[in-house]
Write a protein that binds this ligand. Structure first.
Ligand SMILES: Cc1ncc(COP(=O)(O)O)c(C=O)c1O
Length: 495
């Protein structure tokens, strides 16, 4: 007889009922090929005696197996392992295969070398240079948690737990329409808004709907690398135009339009990514006129609208768009924290509806409770209060960072003090390279990260973005010190 007694181990201290423990172990024995299809199982009375359990436990176990289709019951004959089960290929389990990582799949899939890996694992004790993200220690987590808890404990919450519209929560769409109309001069209603999981989803959806192989999209030279990669993934043709102190050079776009039809222009108008410059008023109007004349879309990625230190925020292109050419994209990921994946895509209703349909196939819907939380957070004025608080702190950090960078490291870098945003565009003097600086910095526990991504057009401008908002005063001083030490050791090794 099969060694049931030694093969089946029950634990009365577990929460899992005994009959289920038993059923799951039978399933494992069948899957591992130890009980083959057609094998007759021992009678319930005998098994109960062997295992010292009540017979009802074994009967319940067999019923469970029957229900799941692992066994079949033949009247007057007994219970058998279902003979119609397909033979499961035996895998030899050694001690190591159980614990080692599953590295390679047993099937072929399409890898895409256009997608670089995002390495986000952080090591203790190391400082990381980022490209302009918020200080998550300032995130109003208590306030957000309070609102979330209040919403989640309402009786009416059930409606929001269900499958819902792929457009996002209606209340948030209404609140956002009002908020964006008031703060950014848009003229929209909720039908013009799709809630996304952040700006990147907006860029991706737009790219999917606008671009097919060889279609032309115009971007700045240089450009936000994730946007570039998103467009390249569609096999679109990327045409680059220069960026000067007034942003994208629109005259160059006009010239391109005369040569061939373009499908879209991607623009970070408020603070160009990565250089931080603002698109001038004149160029904004020029670009809008071109879009209207040549019927192309403008993807306006307004990723850090809220942070302006020298002037009031400049209204987005979308606020002057009278011919529905602009797709306006933003999120709370920069102002509140990257972890809250709540963003928006604003466009004409037909485009929003198509984007909503498409979104449903990669992400069925957003997180309605989180969306409701943000609706309340925005409506109550908490978001604006939070931004005002951050502005004061980040302004002070910007000034300290720029002062130290100039005074302590002026021999190595050139930069303009950014008027807004959370990063400085720092150009390294030509006798140094970021690859050697990054390598040396690592020895001083400073990680510069993917500096190559700022030059996807291979312009050799030798500049990267350095975020200043994430660090407090002490950390800013430490970061500058680490950079100083880095250059000291580079110079030493040059002699
Ligand atoms: C220019 C730009 N667009 C989009 C994003 C993505 O933002 P989100 O976190 O809202 O997806 C970023 C993030 O760094 C960004 O810098």
């Amino acid at each position: 007889m099969f060694p049931y007694k030694t093969s089946l181990k029950l634990n009365k201290n577990l929460k899992e009922p005994l009959y289920l423990q038993l059923a799951n172990q039978f399933i494992l024995l069948i899957r591992e090929g130890k009980l083959l299809p057609g094998t007759k199982l021992v009678g319930s009375r005998t098994l109960a005696d062997l295992l010292q359990v009540h017979r009802k436990t074994v009967v319940a176990c067999y019923e469970e197996l029957l229900l799941q289709g692992w066994v079949e019951s033949i009247p007057k004959k007994g219970t058998f392992v279902n003979k119609n089960l397909p033979l499961i290929q035996k895998v030899t389990l050694t001690n190591t295969t159980k614990t080692s990582k599953r590295k390679n799949s047993g099937f072929n899939f399409y890898e895409n070398n256009r997608l670089p890996e995002k390495n986000t694992e952080k090591r203790e004790g190391v400082m990381y240079i980022n490209d302009g993200t918020s200080d998550t220690r300032l995130t109003p987590t208590k306030e957000i948690a309070r609102i979330y808890r209040k919403i989640a404990s309402k009786k009416s919450v059930h409606a929001f737990l269900d499958y819902n519209s792929t457009h996002g929560n209606v209340k948030l769409r209404e609140v956002l329409a009002l908020y964006l109309n008031n703060s950014r001069g848009l003229k929209i209603n909720k039908e013009n808004i799709l809630i996304t999981r952040g700006s990147q989803m907006g860029v991706w959806l737009s790219s999917q709907l606008l671009l097919k192989e060889s279609d032309i999209i115009v971007v700045g030279e240089t450009n936000y690398s994730s946007a570039d990669i998103t467009f390249q993934y569609q096999k679109a043709q990327i045409k680059r135009v220069s960026v000067d102190e007034n942003g994208l050079v629109i005259d160059q776009i006009e010239k391109l339009c005369k040569k061939q039809p373009i499908k879209a222009v991607y623009v970070t108008s408020h603070h160009h990514h990565p250089t931080t410059v603002t698109l001038s008023a004149e160029r904004r109007i020029h670009l809008l006129n071109l879009a209207q004349k040549h019927n192309f879309a403008i993807i306006e990625d307004d990723y850090d609208y809220d942070f302006n230190y020298n002037h009031a925020p400049i209204l987005p292109l979308a606020s002057h768009d009278s011919s529905e050419n602009v797709i306006y994209i933003g999120s709370v990921c920069k102002t509140v924290a990257p972890v809250f994946r709540v963003g928006y895509l604003v466009a004409s209703e037909d485009f929003v509806n198509e984007a909503a349909k498409l979104r449903g196939y990669v992400d069925r819907q957003g997180d309605a409770l989180l969306e409701l939380t943000f609706a309340e957070f925005i409506k109550s004025g908490d978001l604006d209060r939070h931004i005002r608080k951050l502005m004061k702190i980040y302004l002070q950090r910007r000034d300290l960072f720029c002062k130290l960078l100039k005074n302590e490291l002026g021999d190595y870098f050139q930069f303009e003090v950014p008027k807004g945003g959370m990063a400085i565009w720092v150009q390294l003097n030509k006798q140094y390279s970021w690859s050697e600086v990054a390598k040396e910095a690592r020895k001083h526990q400073l990680e510069i990260g993917e500096w190559q991504r700022y030059d996807l057009a291979n312009k050799k401008h030798n500049a990267i973005r350095i975020g200043f908002a994430t660090y407090n005063d002490k950390e800013i001083k430490l970061l500058i010190e680490k950079l100083k030490q880095t250059f000291k050791s580079i110079k030493k090794s040059a002699y």
